[in-house]
Write a protein that binds this ligand. Structure first.
Ligand SMILES: [Zn+2]
Ligand SMILES: [Zn+2]
Length: 326
């Protein structure tokens, strides 16, 4: 790992404590096509928690050395039209941690201080998964616009979808929730957490209709199932990474019921700050979400686990080799 010696203006050197893995990291290992501006070799890892080790020039003293932080994975340019319009997620000049710039499967990373949030007192493994698995779930829930006391079904309640359920329950304990998963073991995991659950493929008639359906299943057949589960005026939030066309089932159903279909992609700093607040205040307990912890020296084992998707897996987190408390 080449060490970058000088910390550029506005940046900090972060000593990595924990780094969550997600599907994108597996795709990288398989040599996926990279977004414009990125090239191999890549140091993966975009769910990064660590401590501020060194501050570069022009960094306000908001996050002093020693502060535990979680990094937002996008370093937006801050100057383009989308950045000015408050849509840094659409910044064409933005750089992604673990794609354009070396990510968290390393001892340290260099990252803009403006794209970090302090997470005092949060277990670093839980802090790491806030960055994507939880912040993206927050964004999906916001886009679902579930009315007070309404209902929400999550198709693919795994690494991200589980957190949609958690955040929905925190926001409104009266919302009726259903998580749909692949295996009976995952259904049991959801039920142990107090959620109604069904195994995908099961007959969901009688379970709906729902005000909103969020799909993180990665299954091309699920969006059409989602529109079937919606009440008139309902919203489908599509968050799966899929190649090819999006199939929504009956055109008439979408039209006559006046359904809303929206995508969700990644998250904003506001989303990350919101979930970090929930974690630091102790309201959001993610201990059940970190199902696998692997030291950095054994990172290949973490990838193997992620690829095998053992029943009940939620998130695989790689930790610094000196991480205690395993
Ligand atoms: Zn991810
Ligand atoms: Zn920009």
């Amino acid at each position: 790992m080449p060490r970058v010696d000088a910390v550029p203006p506005g940046h900090a050197r972060i000593k990595v404590t924990a780094c969550g893995l997600c599907g994108t990291d597996l795709h990288l290992l398989e040599g996926m096509r990279l977004p414009p501006g990125a090239s191999y070799p890549v140091v993966p890892g975009h769910e990064v928690a660590g401590t501020v080790a060194e501050l570069g020039p022009d960094t306000e003293d908001l996050l002093p050395v020693g502060t535990p932080v979680v990094l937002h994975s996008l370093a937006a340019c801050g100057e383009c039209r989308n950045c000015h319009d408050g849509r840094p997620g659409d910044c064409a000049g933005g750089e992604v941690l673990g794609l354009h710039r070396p990510g968290g499967l390393a001892d340290e990373v260099i990252w803009p201080v403006s794209r970090m949030v302090a997470v005092p007192g949060v277990d670093p493994r839980q802090a790491a998964i806030l960055a994507d698995a939880v912040a993206t779930a927050k964004r999906a829930l916001d886009r679902a616009r579930v009315p007070a006391g309404g209902s929400l079904c999550v198709l693919g309640a795994g690494g991200v979808g589980t957190h949609v359920l958690e955040l929905a329950r925190l926001a409104d304990p009266t919302v009726r929730l259903l998580g749909v998963v692949r295996s009976p073991a995952s259904a049991q995991r959801l039920e142990d957490a107090g959620f109604a659950a069904a195994v995908s493929g099961a007959d969901l008639r009688g379970k709906g209709p729902f005000d909103a359906v969020v799909d993180f299943s990665g299954d091309p057949a699920e969006p059409a199932r989602g529109t079937r589960l919606l009440r008139p005026g309902g919203t489908l939030v599509f968050g799966s990474v899929l190649e090819g066309e999006l199939a929504l089932g009956s055109a008439q159903r979408v039209q006559v019921r006046e359904l809303t279909v929206t995508g969700v992609y990644s998250s904003s700093m506001a989303d990350l700050r919101a979930v970090a607040r929930l974690a630091t205040s102790g309201v959001l307990d993610l201990s059940a979400s970190v199902t696998h912890t692997v030291p950095l020296a054994e990172a290949p084992r973490a990838f193997a686990t992620l690829a095998a998707r053992p029943p009940g897996m939620v998130r695989v987190v790689v930790v610094a080799d000196n991480f205690t408390n395993l």
